[in-house]
Design a protein around this ligand. Structure first.
Ligand code: SF4
Length: 224
């Protein structure tokens, strides 16, 4: 990246980290995905009980492999399990030591914006697991909540729906059925499809429990 763009990006990252810290979250910056993995390994001792939301970013950083190989990882996506067993696993996730996720968008005001279908991911982010780590590439930083909504509609949700083969409008077209920002119709549209992943929206802002949440920003484009 050009030195001037790098400098502008660093200022954006610093502003975002300060805002996250004002909202009682810890914030860290690392240059590369390898550094992100090193930091996660230093925070989560081997053998800890861990769980996560589905995340391309965590996989790209090698963090999913670390969780599965070196920790007591609760995997609610284990193949062959029925709905009741999945619910029991989610109940165990709520009492895990660590929960990891990425973000759909992070605003420069220190808000973390998440959209979820089944919604065990967004529920664990706000209550249950003792500690939460959110890993996100700098491509997830947006100016404000309006841009966060647009990021989900234009980028994150269509790509994730295609990845998961969801029965939705965007899986077939590559764009959201209601791509424009509309305060009266923020998220899921009635005709979007049965497989929608835009059912519930979470905005994480000021946290009551200081430093329960750590946000690791990575100086690369990661995930969707
Ligand atoms: S609302 Fe529906 S069509 Fe739009 S991005 Fe979400 S899943 Fe895709």
């Amino acid at each position: 990246m050009d030195a001037n763009r790098r400098k502008a990006l660093q200022m954006t990252v610093s502003r975002t980290m300060r805002a996250l810290e004002q909202n009682n979250m810890k914030a860290a910056y690392v240059e590369t995905r390898e550094d992100a993995l090193k930091l996660v390994r230093s925070l989560i001792p081997e053998g800890s009980t861990t769980s996560s939301g589905g995340s391309v970013t965590l996989a790209e950083c090698g963090i999913m492999d670390y969780l599965k190989e070196k920790t007591d990882y609760i995997d609610r996506n284990m193949p062959g399990i029925d709905e009741d067993e999945a619910r029991r696993l989610v109940a165990r996730m709520y009492v895990s030591d660590w929960f990891l996720s990425s973000a759909n968008a992070i605003t420069q005001h220190g808000e973390i914006y998440q959209v979820d279908g089944r919604s065990n991911r967004i529920s664990c982010l706000v209550f249950g697991p003792r500690k939460v780590i959110i890993v996100a590439g700098v491509n997830k930083i947006v100016p404000d909540l309006r841009a966060a909504v647009e990021r989900v509609k234009h980028t994150a949700a269509p790509a994730n729906c295609i990845r998961l083969s969801c029965d939705t409008f965007c899986t077939k077209s590559g764009v959201c059925i209601s791509p424009s920002f509309d305060e009266s119709d923020l998220m899921c549209h009635a005709d979007c499809g049965q497989g929608t992943i835009c059912c519930n929206t979470l905005i994480m802002k000021r946290q009551r429990e200081k430093d329960r949440v750590t946000v690791i920003l990575v100086g690369e484009d990661l995930g969707y």
